[in-house]
Design a protein around this ligand. Structure first.
Ligand SMILES: Nc1nc2c(c(=O)[nH]1)N[C@H]1C(S)=C(S)[C@@H](COP(=O)(O)O)O[C@H]1N2
Ligand SMILES: [Mo]
Length: 171
Protein backbone atom coordinates (compact mmCIF):
# COMPACT_ATOMS: atom_id res chain seq x y z
CA UNK A 1 0.00 0.00 0.00
CA UNK A 2 1.56 3.32 -1.04
CA UNK A 3 -0.60 5.62 1.09
CA UNK A 4 -0.67 4.20 4.59
CA UNK A 5 -3.69 5.75 6.36
CA UNK A 6 -1.87 6.54 9.60
CA UNK A 7 0.90 8.26 7.67
CA UNK A 8 -1.67 10.38 5.85
CA UNK A 9 -3.32 11.24 9.17
CA UNK A 10 0.08 12.17 10.60
CA UNK A 11 0.76 14.49 7.67
CA UNK A 12 -2.65 16.13 8.00
CA UNK A 13 -2.17 16.71 11.73
CA UNK A 14 1.34 18.04 11.38
CA UNK A 15 0.63 20.38 8.47
CA UNK A 16 -2.59 21.94 9.72
CA UNK A 17 -1.16 23.78 12.77
CA UNK A 18 1.69 25.09 10.64
CA UNK A 19 -0.81 26.59 8.21
CA UNK A 20 -2.96 28.04 10.97
CA UNK A 21 0.09 29.59 12.62
CA UNK A 22 1.29 31.18 9.37
CA UNK A 23 2.15 34.84 10.00
CA UNK A 24 -0.18 37.53 8.70
CA UNK A 25 0.94 38.20 5.14
CA UNK A 26 2.67 41.51 4.66
CA UNK A 27 0.69 41.75 1.45
CA UNK A 28 -2.35 42.49 3.64
CA UNK A 29 -2.84 46.21 4.01
CA UNK A 30 -2.47 47.53 7.57
CA UNK A 31 -5.72 48.49 9.30
CA UNK A 32 -4.12 50.61 12.02
CA UNK A 33 -1.50 53.33 12.15
CA UNK A 34 1.54 52.49 10.03
CA UNK A 35 4.55 52.12 12.35
CA UNK A 36 7.09 50.59 9.96
CA UNK A 37 7.68 50.80 6.21
CA UNK A 38 10.07 48.68 4.18
CA UNK A 39 11.12 50.17 0.87
CA UNK A 40 13.50 49.19 -1.93
CA UNK A 41 14.07 45.50 -2.67
CA UNK A 42 10.81 44.13 -1.30
CA UNK A 43 8.88 41.35 -3.00
CA UNK A 44 5.46 41.74 -1.38
CA UNK A 45 4.40 45.41 -1.56
CA UNK A 46 1.08 46.33 0.04
CA UNK A 47 1.39 50.01 -0.86
CA UNK A 48 3.03 51.95 -3.69
CA UNK A 49 6.57 50.54 -3.77
CA UNK A 50 6.68 49.61 -0.11
CA UNK A 51 5.39 47.34 2.62
CA UNK A 52 3.62 49.07 5.49
CA UNK A 53 3.07 47.38 8.84
CA UNK A 54 0.84 48.37 11.72
CA UNK A 55 1.62 47.18 15.24
CA UNK A 56 -0.98 44.38 15.11
CA UNK A 57 0.70 42.90 12.04
CA UNK A 58 4.10 42.96 13.75
CA UNK A 59 2.54 41.38 16.86
CA UNK A 60 0.99 38.64 14.68
CA UNK A 61 4.42 37.45 13.52
CA UNK A 62 6.11 34.84 15.75
CA UNK A 63 7.46 36.67 18.82
CA UNK A 64 10.78 36.11 20.55
CA UNK A 65 12.35 37.60 23.66
CA UNK A 66 15.73 37.96 25.24
CA UNK A 67 17.08 39.74 28.27
CA UNK A 68 20.35 41.58 27.82
CA UNK A 69 22.54 44.32 29.13
CA UNK A 70 22.56 47.40 26.90
CA UNK A 71 24.26 50.79 26.77
CA UNK A 72 20.88 52.50 27.23
CA UNK A 73 19.62 51.08 30.53
CA UNK A 74 21.38 50.55 33.84
CA UNK A 75 19.86 47.12 34.47
CA UNK A 76 19.46 44.24 31.98
CA UNK A 77 16.16 44.60 30.10
CA UNK A 78 13.87 42.18 28.32
CA UNK A 79 13.04 42.87 24.66
CA UNK A 80 10.17 41.20 22.80
CA UNK A 81 9.14 41.31 19.16
CA UNK A 82 9.49 39.53 15.84
CA UNK A 83 12.94 38.53 14.65
CA UNK A 84 14.19 41.08 12.14
CA UNK A 85 14.75 38.21 9.68
CA UNK A 86 11.05 37.25 9.95
CA UNK A 87 9.98 40.84 9.23
CA UNK A 88 12.22 40.84 6.15
CA UNK A 89 10.75 37.50 5.03
CA UNK A 90 7.19 38.79 5.55
CA UNK A 91 8.04 41.69 3.23
CA UNK A 92 9.64 39.39 0.66
CA UNK A 93 12.97 41.14 1.25
CA UNK A 94 15.30 38.25 0.47
CA UNK A 95 17.81 39.78 -1.94
CA UNK A 96 19.15 42.96 -0.32
CA UNK A 97 22.62 43.21 1.16
CA UNK A 98 22.17 46.43 3.15
CA UNK A 99 19.34 47.68 5.32
CA UNK A 100 19.31 51.42 5.81
CA UNK A 101 17.42 52.11 9.01
CA UNK A 102 15.85 55.54 9.37
CA UNK A 103 14.43 56.58 12.72
CA UNK A 104 11.76 59.08 13.73
CA UNK A 105 14.54 61.43 14.92
CA UNK A 106 16.13 61.14 11.42
CA UNK A 107 18.96 58.99 12.73
CA UNK A 108 20.16 56.86 9.82
CA UNK A 109 22.43 53.81 9.86
CA UNK A 110 23.38 51.00 7.47
CA UNK A 111 22.98 47.46 8.75
CA UNK A 112 24.43 44.54 6.76
CA UNK A 113 21.47 42.30 5.86
CA UNK A 114 23.69 39.40 6.89
CA UNK A 115 23.45 40.53 10.52
CA UNK A 116 19.77 39.54 10.55
CA UNK A 117 20.71 36.03 9.44
CA UNK A 118 23.70 35.66 11.79
CA UNK A 119 22.14 37.06 14.96
CA UNK A 120 18.70 36.77 16.55
CA UNK A 121 18.14 40.50 16.10
CA UNK A 122 14.75 41.68 17.24
CA UNK A 123 12.46 44.30 15.94
CA UNK A 124 11.56 44.95 19.57
CA UNK A 125 8.05 46.26 20.32
CA UNK A 126 8.03 45.54 24.04
CA UNK A 127 10.51 46.55 26.73
CA UNK A 128 10.09 44.56 29.93
CA UNK A 129 6.76 43.35 28.47
CA UNK A 130 5.42 46.87 27.88
CA UNK A 131 5.03 48.93 24.70
CA UNK A 132 7.70 51.61 24.35
CA UNK A 133 6.67 55.24 24.12
CA UNK A 134 8.48 57.38 21.57
CA UNK A 135 10.23 59.17 24.46
CA UNK A 136 11.39 55.73 25.69
CA UNK A 137 13.09 54.96 22.36
CA UNK A 138 9.94 53.33 20.94
CA UNK A 139 7.71 52.28 19.47
CA UNK A 140 10.15 50.04 17.56
CA UNK A 141 13.77 49.35 18.45
CA UNK A 142 16.22 47.21 16.48
CA UNK A 143 18.29 45.31 19.03
CA UNK A 144 21.06 42.78 18.85
CA UNK A 145 21.29 40.00 21.48
CA UNK A 146 24.30 41.73 23.00
CA UNK A 147 24.79 39.18 25.76
CA UNK A 148 24.93 36.28 23.26
CA UNK A 149 28.38 37.26 22.07
CA UNK A 150 31.01 39.66 23.46
CA UNK A 151 31.74 40.80 19.88
CA UNK A 152 28.29 42.40 19.81
CA UNK A 153 29.16 44.61 22.79
CA UNK A 154 30.83 47.28 20.70
CA UNK A 155 30.11 50.68 19.17
CA UNK A 156 29.66 49.05 15.76
CA UNK A 157 26.58 47.15 16.93
CA UNK A 158 25.33 49.85 19.29
CA UNK A 159 25.33 52.22 16.28
CA UNK A 160 23.27 49.71 14.28
CA UNK A 161 20.69 49.45 17.06
CA UNK A 162 18.27 52.05 15.77
CA UNK A 163 15.60 53.05 18.25
CA UNK A 164 12.46 54.95 17.19
CA UNK A 165 12.77 52.98 13.93
CA UNK A 166 10.35 54.10 11.21
CA UNK A 167 11.74 52.87 7.85
CA UNK A 168 14.00 50.14 6.55
CA UNK A 169 15.31 50.72 3.05
CA UNK A 170 16.41 47.38 1.58
CA UNK A 171 19.27 47.80 -0.90
N1 LIG B 1 16.95 56.58 16.68
C1 LIG B 1 18.23 56.63 17.06
N2 LIG B 1 18.89 55.47 17.27
C2 LIG B 1 20.19 55.50 17.63
C3 LIG B 1 20.87 56.71 17.77
C4 LIG B 1 20.14 57.91 17.57
O1 LIG B 1 20.65 59.02 17.68
N3 LIG B 1 18.83 57.83 17.21
N4 LIG B 1 22.23 56.69 18.10
C5 LIG B 1 22.97 55.43 17.83
C6 LIG B 1 24.32 55.44 18.37
S1 LIG B 1 25.51 56.28 17.51
C7 LIG B 1 24.64 54.73 19.49
S2 LIG B 1 26.21 54.56 20.05
C8 LIG B 1 23.55 54.14 20.28
C9 LIG B 1 23.53 54.80 21.62
O2 LIG B 1 23.08 56.10 21.44
P1 LIG B 1 22.58 56.94 22.69
O3 LIG B 1 23.66 56.86 23.71
O4 LIG B 1 22.38 58.32 22.13
O5 LIG B 1 21.32 56.33 23.14
O6 LIG B 1 22.26 54.25 19.70
C10 LIG B 1 22.19 54.25 18.30
N5 LIG B 1 20.82 54.31 17.85
MO1 LIG C 1 27.46 55.94 18.71
Amino acid sequence: MTHHPSRRLFLALSLTPALLAAPARAADAPKGKVVLSLTGLIGKPNAEGRVDFDMDQLAALPQQSFTTRTPWFKEPVKFTGPLLRDVLAAAGANTGTTLTAVALNKYKVDIPAEDARLHRMLLARLLNDKPMAVREKGPLFIVYPFDDNPALQSERYFNRSAWQLRTLEVR
